[in-house]
Write a protein that binds this ligand. Sequence first.
Ligand SMILES: *Cc1c(COP(=O)(O)O)cnc(C)c1O
Length: 402
Amino acid sequence: MNPVSAEQQALLERYRSSHIGVFGLPGLVLSHGDGAYVHDVDGNRYLDLLGGIAVNALGHGHPELVAAISRQAGAAVHVSNFFTTPAQIEAAEALLRICAAPTGSGVFFCNSGSEAVETAIKLSRRTGRREIVAVGGAFHGRTTGAVSLTHKEAYRAPFEPLLPGVTHVAPGDAAALRAAVGPDTAMVLLEPIQGEAGVVPTPPGYLAEAREITREAGALLVLDEIQTGIGRTGAWFAHQLEGIVPDAITVAKGLGGGVPIGALVTFGPEVTGLLTAGQHGSTFGGNPLACSAALAVLSTIESEGLIEHAVEAGDFLVDRVESLDHPLVTGVRGAGLLRAIRLARPIAPASTAIARRHGFIVNPVAPDALRLAPPLIITTDQLATFVDALPAILDEADKETA
Ligand SMILES: *Cc1c(COP(=O)(O)O)cnc(C)c1O
């Protein structure tokens, strides 16, 4: 693959001089995508194994998504929340159906994951309790409330003081959770698989224990399914594989297939009734364009059997990577098509740069872990091209960082 052209460099320079620098300098200027591939402005093609960070569930340019958005754009892109639309109603009903939510459950639509978490925080306040328990390594977003529940010091420290009453306990440790939850605990917030922490699954049985602990204490159990939801881990939502029913879940990322939409889903009338008229809102939340995208994503995942495919493709990936028997690979963790390839040495950043030169987009989620969260439509043949290239990528990265 060619190095970035002078034209692309010039565009990146214009990016630098026109943006607040919170993302650093982007790696590429992308022009378009098709299926599981993206293309940069120089005409290079990359297999998108990150899927816009678990967002592009249907890949790029999926005809069902394009048709739904186009149709809705011609009808109405936005109406205020003084009114509603068939798209909004149908999207909420579809979301409740895939949640297997009981009668009296409800959806609040917003525009991002962080906003869904903010909604959960406000919901929890309505219990009359003040404290929130989250876990070490947790990532729940970047808005001020959500970052209070996020654990990473570098994301929090510059913005203190944050929300009071937040405790982080050791992840995966049910005894520590039990000790931290008390009569003033409003909510326990957990990711079924910690995404930004490095695709780290909670231990088997932990979510069930968390359910028991919160029920006994009268606290809400809210699961952050923003990265794990929408079919990515082998069920509509990861908690369904554990057979538990939370009080609420946060959803975003894959829900709109790339169109910004988030949601809080509350389970049952008691939790749903905590937020009443006038207590929350969003100008764009529930707009018909985003809702039509969500509907198309959910119906296409169903009609194309993409949840079953995520399981098969995920198993295929793990088998292939393990059978490389490469000394720099120590294993693969995660579920379905949310995975991290564990590396023996901290060469994930170098491997990511080299993978890109080989035509693959991956993410160094930790110094020693490469995250893969590809579109659910990725084929096993496409995954195989990456696994075949992996030994050369890792060897090159190892040499470079030695
Ligand atoms: C991405 C993510 C968020 C934040 O979502 P934004 O849309 O970036 O605000 C929150 N929680 C988890 C688990 C996420 O992966």
